[in-house]
Design a protein around this ligand. Structure first.
Ligand SMILES: CC(C)(COP(=O)(O)OP(=O)(O)OC[C@H]1O[C@@H](n2cnc3c(N)ncnc32)[C@H](O)[C@@H]1OP(=O)(O)O)[C@@H](O)C(=O)NCCC(=O)NCCS
Length: 335
């Protein structure tokens, strides 16, 4: 019998800081509007002509995580790569990362569950470790949003929210079952698939079709979001998976040392904090600095919380996410 345990964390953020004021110069928006509705002050964007891509950022975060875990790349048995913005339509970014790390032979799998991607990937890693199939697993979340956003007033409800970055975690076997991942729950509800989506180019709208139509008003190849529907479902689903994680462990709210919610929107985190009556030290937020980095948001936040000394031995932690699909999930762990 094994548990799975995180033994190394790393993050990478591209160097270009984009402020709300920068955005207000290229679209009709304002610092006040963005802060009031989302809490975001800055986000990072990949600099054109820098070498950063989704897989390159994942590589930079993974190198730090591996170093901290004291694990050599060739000791990794499986790569799980969560992203909605892979380098290519195919192949997935996992194999690119494997090549950058010079891992000679290990399976690499891309996980396509958007903002819940890291929770799905950690849950998958947990099961592969618990089954005894693999010992060391590298789990990454990495996103390159900035190049694909509609940076005009037309796309402002989406483009002010999202940022680029990557986070990585190395997991290994733990024989003490009171440590490591204690429980996970993952869910989907495809009836809301198009409420937060990017539909073309895809097999539903292949590139030749889009080019043939040549329609300047076509926004299907930008991310589209029904913000209010997403908001309402997010607070419901976040609450459910957090309660489920508490119940599965018989933890009270006071037992919880740290909640790391997917950094969707500061208003969502604040709503959840209030609902569960958590104090400021129990909830970690960094969306103010990085915006919503989708599958990368939880590993970036977890890394930052660890770097700040907020994740300690015996800490009881819940990770929770909600996003496009809709998909959502929660993980409880003891450090
Ligand atoms: C996106 C979100 C911030 C928008 O806030 P909202 O209060 O729902 O705002 P609305 O969409 O109703 O728009 C209100 C007005 O602000 C405008 N607006 C939208 N984006 C704007 C921006 N960036 N700057 C200024 N005005 C903006 C709208 O055009 C609208 O104007 P109108 O009243 O003249 O039509 C909010 O819905 C939200 O946070 N949703 C969840 C998003 C999320 O978490 N996504 C990630 C999920 S993983």
């Amino acid at each position: 019998m094994f548990n799975s345990k995180i033994i190394g964390l790393g993050k990478y953020l591209p160097k270009k800081v984009v402020t709300n004021y920068d955005l207000s110069e290229i679209m009709d928006t304002s610092d006040e509007w963005i802060i009031e509705r989302t809490g975001i002050e800055t986000r990072r964007h990949i600099v054109k002509n820098d070498d950063d891509t989704t897989a390159v950022m994942a590589f930079k975060a993974s190198k730090i995580a591996l170093q901290r875990a004291k694990i050599k790349p060739n000791d990794i048995d499986l790569i799980l790569f969560a992203t909605l913005s892979p380098d290519y339509y195919f192949p997935g970014s996992g194999v690119l990362l494997q090549n950058f790390l010079k891992i000679e032979n290990c399976p690499a799998m891309d996980i396509r569950n958007q903002c819940s991607g890291f929770i799905y990937a950690l849950s998958t890693a947990d099961q592969f470790i618990k089954s005894g199939k693999y010992k060391n697993i590298l789990v990454v979340g990495s996103e390159n949003h900035s190049g694909g956003l509609d940076m005009t007033t037309r796309g402002r409800n989406v483009s002010v929210i999202f940022g680029d970055g990557a986070g990585a975690a190395v997991l290994t076997r733990e024989i003490d079952l009171k440590r490591g991942i204690q429980s996970f729950s993952i869910y989907s509800d495809g009836q809301h698939a198009l409420e937060l989506s990017l539909r073309g180019p895809s097999t539903n709208r292949w590139v030749p079709e889009i080019l043939e139509e040549n329609n300047p008003d076509d926004t299907t190849y930008y991310p589209n979001m029904n913000g209010q529907t997403v908001f309402k479902n997010a607070i419901l689903r976040f609450s459910e998976v957090i309660q489920e994680a508490l119940d599965q462990n018989k933890w009270s709210v006071n037992d919880l040392d740290l909640l790391i919610p997917h950094q969707a929107n500061l208003r969502i985190s604040q709503f959840i904090q209030k609902k569960f009556n958590l104090n400021d030290n129990q909830v970690f937020n960094n969306i103010m600095r990085y915006g919503n980095t989708t599958a990368a948001s939880i590993p970036i936040a977890l890394t930052e919380a660890w770097e700040e000394g907020k994740v300690k031995k015996d800490s009881k932690i819940i990770l929770a996410a909600f996003g496009s699909g809709f998909t959502w999930g929660g993980i409880s762990l003891i450090w």
